[in-house]
Design a protein around this ligand. Structure first.
Ligand SMILES: *Cc1c(COP(=O)(O)O)cnc(C)c1O
Length: 429
């Protein structure tokens, strides 16, 4: 039985854990309740600010002040090669070779740019497969992308639905659907961790199945990067993209990432949208009419990178890199497992259901919980009465994500206790 007392949570927090870097983050104050700081379980939506970020951004601003245009070469971190600071930590995070990753643009933009290369529709084979419960931006991206290429989005987008009465997809059903439509599918592009259910997809199996039917396979890693271990190179994924403001703590609208598998990097036949940053750096300023594309994911980058926006990404990737994914994941499983066990003790009395699968390999930090009340109102009361920050997806799902870098067992306890008070009229402990 789970010990639901507050003291038990505090005892868990008293055990040292090098993956906990709470002191390196700025935590928001609580809106209500007995504790000065918020129990911030919304890092799946917007990660918190690392303490070091402000000074790092100010240092880059100072370089601009000091050097003007000469900062491209003379700044303490020269702007011309600034993106190189992000490459190796990003590659380690997603399990890629350094030349398979690039930091650029934002997530949805990157999905379009990668589809421009990897969605190669023909009259017969022009479908894109996504999950039915895809994030809106991904749905809009694929619908507009197929329409842009001259196909009808109502028939060209195939949406994977869970079985009736179920909330998450089953790998065998995804694989069966790919085989059922083997000749019409051009590209599979699914979220690696579903934003709504928190379900982790079996990326290696689905990637293999996609390749078996002759499709290209890409993953949206918005909720996966910095959350679960990824091995994109080994899994033979064709392309992937992620944002940096959720588990990567790089700030609202932060510069996103993209991955292109090594085996595509020297394929001269692959169509691509290019700019001056796609070309080999040596010839960049020679103003040739034709590019000499780099044999790296950088060939997909177009513009000179936004230094001030990359500064927070550099800072937070360094922090994640210091901890490393194995330690981070171990802590994450313990934290989320603890939160789940607390919520299970009140599941009947509070009439709540945990939607996120329970097996380790099928979930990340996030637990999605179906509640018997208006989810939006519950989120407001959790915040105002208890200082617990989570978020909701209407009508009845709330999402609680203890981000392992800065959340504690006590934060999980506060969240479960606050839910218990709001839904059953008494505390959990
Ligand atoms: C957060 C998120 C986005 C956001 O896209 P931006 O282009 O960064 O605004 C897109 N897709 C998924 C699955 C997300 O979770």
């Amino acid at each position: 039985m789970t010990d639901t007392r507050e003291d038990a949570a505090l005892a868990l927090d008293a055990e040292p854990d090098a993956a906990l870097r709470r002191d390196d983050f700025l935590l928001p104050p609580a809106s209500g309740g007995d504790f000065p700081l918020a129990a911030y379980l919304a890092g799946n939506s917007l990660g918190l600010q690392p303490r070091a970020t402000r000074d790092e951004v100010l240092a880059d601003l100072a370089a601009w002040e000091h050097y003007g245009v000469q900062g491209h070469l003379r700044a303490h971190r020269p702007w011309l090669e600034y993106h190189e600071h992000l490459r190796e930590p990003a590659a380690r995070l997603v399990g890629a070779l350094p030349r398979e990753v690039v930091a650029m643009n934002s997530l949805t933009v990157n999905l379009h740019l990668l589809l421009a290369s990897f969605y190669r529709p023909t009259a017969i084979r022009h479908r894109i497969v996504i999950e039915d419960r895809a994030f809106s931006s991904d749905s809009y991206a694929v619908r507009s992308h197929v329409a842009f290429r001259g196909y009808d989005p109502d028939t060209a987008v195939l949406r994977l639905k869970p079985r009736p009465g179920e909330d998450v997809l089953r790998t065998e059903d995804v694989v069966a659907t790919l085989h059922d439509h083997a000749h019409s599918i051009a590209t599979v592009m699914i979220g690696g961790v579903n934003y709504l259910s928190g379900e982790v997809m079996d990326m290696p199996t689905i990637t293999r199945a996609g390749h078996e039917i002759g499709a290209t396979v890409g993953w949206d890693l918005a909720h996966a990067a910095g959350n679960i271990p990824l091995h994109l190179h080994e899994w033979d994924v064709d392309f992937a993209a992620w944002c940096s403001y959720k588990y990567l703590n790089s700030g609202p609208g932060a510069v996103a990432g993209a991955f292109v598998h090594e085996r595509h990097l020297e394929d001269a036949q692959l169509p691509r949208l290019e700019g001056w940053w796609s070309t080999e750096p040596v010839g960049r300023f020679e103003m040739h009419p034709e590019s000499d594309p780099q044999a790296s994911a950088d060939a997909w980058s177009m513009s000179n990178p936004p230094i001030l926006a990359m500064s927070p990404v550099r800072t937070s990737l360094r922090l994640l890199d210091e901890v490393g994914m194995p330690a981070l994941r171990a802590r994450s499983l313990r934290l989320t497992g603890y939160l789940r066990s607390l919520l299970e003790t009140i599941a009947d009395s509070a009439r709540l259901t945990i939607v996120t699968p329970g097996e380790d390999e099928r979930h990340g930090a996030q637990l999605s919980v179906r509640v018997p009340v208006d989810a939006d109102e519950l989120i407001t009361t959790l915040d105002e009465n208890w200082g617990v920050v989570a978020d909701d997806r209407r009508p009845d799902i709330i999402r609680l994500a203890p981000a392992p870098l800065y959340c504690t067992f006590h934060d999980c306890w506060r969240a479960a206790d606050a839910m218990s008070h709001e839904l059953t009229g008494k505390g959990i402990g």
